[in-house]
Design a protein around this ligand. Structure first.
Ligand code: ZN
Length: 244
């Protein structure tokens, strides 16, 4: 049983952001950390991030960046800049960490929830950005909760008797109605794209039936420096400041 989980996604090799989130979670009572994929890509500390997740014994699924880094998807699905980081990541990861990424499941099923990176229909690639696409995943979901990432946008959807409605995360927490089924995206730890540059994560309390959407500041300058120092495309540093 996992009554209360810390939910992370899209860390993308951003160690200062992950450490800020782990420090915040250390002050909470959490049964397990669950990660919706894209551990690597874009950021300069892929090996350190993998090491942190292994020490934390996080339950992780594979994202499209993880799969491609481990050679399970062709590089040409990515634009030139993203591909450059994946190729660099392959050169810095030891083989046991590449194997860790390679062996991650694409779908993870627990008693109360299913975890995927993108969607149930397309675990590695499909973006669930609107109620219509979310509805396709609800039709495949055989648990009360689906946990996902990929869009780097914090939030999610509720299915109430076949009506799919976006969650309102503006108050920071959402009550989980017993009659509802939920798709929950914690947002991106390492490269937020919803206009808030702080690291995003979530806490789901299945016993209290609440999801808490959280943000925590981190040393953005340190990650920008790390990206430039590693010789990675500067646009991935610049966008961290804007959270876009
Ligand atoms: Zn991602």
């Amino acid at each position: 049983m996992m009554p209360r989980i810390g939910l992370l996604s899209d860390i993308h090799g951003n160690l200062p952001a992950l450490d800020a989130v782990l420090a915040a979670l250390a002050k909470e009572t959490i049964d397990r950390i669950v990660c919706c994929g894209d551990i690597v890509g874009y950021g300069p500390w892929p090996g350190e991030v993998i090491a942190r997740l292994r020490v934390a014994d996080a339950l992780c699924v594979q994202g499209n960046h993880d799969a491609t880094t481990a050679g399970r998807l062709p590089l040409d699905y990515f634009n030139v800049a993203a591909r450059a980081v994946i190729e660099w990541t392959r050169t810095v990861l030891p083989s046991n960490q590449v194997a860790y990424l390679r062996d991650l499941p694409q779908t993870l099923v627990e008693d109360q929830f299913v975890v995927v990176h993108g969607s149930l229909r397309g675990p590695l690639w499909e973006y669930m950005r609107d109620a219509f696409v979310a509805g396709e995943t609800f039709s495949l979901l055989d648990r009360p909760f689906g946990l996902f990432g990929h869009s780097h946008v914090q939030g999610g959807f509720v299915d109430l008797d076949g009506r799919v409605i976006p969650l309102d995360r503006t108050t920071g927490s959402v009550d989980l109605l017993p009659a509802g089924r939920y798709l929950i995206n914690p947002g991106s730890v390492g490269q937020p794209r919803d206009g808030d540059p702080r690291a995003a994560y979530a806490i789901i309390d299945f016993a209290e039936r609440k999801v808490f959407f959280k943000r925590v500041p981190y040393d953005i300058q340190a990650t920008m420096q790390g990206i430039l120092h590693a010789g990675l495309p500067p646009q991935f540093a610049e966008r961290l400041q804007r959270g876009r």
